[in-house]
Design a protein around this ligand. Sequence first.
Ligand code: AMP
Length: 395
Amino acid sequence: MKTIDDFNFKNQKVLVRVDFNVPLDDRFHVTDDTRIRRALPTINKILNDGGSVILMSHLGRPKEREDKYSLRHIIPVLEKLLNRKIIFGSDIIGEDSRTKARNLKPGDVMLLENLRFHPGEKKGDVEFARQLAQLGDFYVNDAFGTAHRAHASTAVIARFFPGKKAAGYLLADEVKNIEKVLRENEKPFTAIIGGAKVSSKLGVLKNLLNLVDNLIIVGGMTFTFLKALGYETGNSLVEPDLIDEANRIIKQAREKGVNLVLPEDFVIADRFAPDARTRLLKGRNIPENWMGLDIGPDTLQKIKDLILQSKTIVWNGPAGVFEWDTFARGTEEIARYLAQATREGAYTLVGGGDSVAALKKAGLEDAVSYVSTGGGAMLEMLEGKELPGIKALKE
Ligand code: AMP
């Protein structure tokens, strides 16, 4: 895969697919500009070469053109970070955008309106991709967060730029870091996988069994495994359809000699609420009418020991309902152990919106080796899949 370092963009109009899918508050102010900042090195390289940039992104999941999902809300942030005026293409591939793109001069930055306002984007429509492609001379993909989607701007468009397409710095960096844990991991290798559901992480768990020494399962998905092992789960989250799969994973772990670790104590609650009555449960049988919403101190000690013995650690998904302080301790402690392991020389990779949020909350974003900007995309790479957005750059 070529990266932008293989090219010079003097006098080129470069279409750059970025991931500006940032959170906005109810007054449409950007509350976290991380994703915008992570795209700046790529944008600046093109501008410094003497090229111009046409940025394209999606924002949220609009059904049609809806102002709350307009990318114009991010223009003030972008103008400040790039220290220049942004030209806005509100009709995406319409006459106005085409004229503005045609008139771009070196150093100019144009932003297209939310691509998902056009029905062709998510469908991967070839005609829409062709019309987008006509706006520029060169295609760069820097949107790792959507590289697992075969959408018009993330994959299909690449076919219109033979020999004139490349990965931006962020995308290339993401791929390098995730491939490092897939291919050049130093052992012992430990993965911590959490979050609500087994169903969304099944592929990852299966592939990780081929790679890791320790597979630690936390979060809501724990209880499907505990049910499979015959424990009582009370009102905890269980996916009955996945009990057989959980059993298969348990069996495969045994066959492959992987140490599969499940929590052994819990913070349990009498209802799913931030102010629920809670208590600490030693053991794995959740009493009737109670539910497990975080892991307990014995489990944390075990996780800490394993993390600090490991040379490679991947973490994706919270250990509890960390949005509520009462059930946030497990997730926050794991963030701290990863920071400590990193200081002691381990390679640590963290991804998934919730895990990254927990790192940020603890002020530890810079204390791990790499923070992935793409939850779903990272998971698909960990599943061993080739992402459509990356494949399209290679073809
Ligand atoms: P996911 O999107 O699958 O990564 O799941 C993230 C969500 O899992 C977060 O919103 C957590 O609140 C939730 N979660 C974590 N642990 C539990 C649990 N024990 N019971 C219910 N939900 C949980």
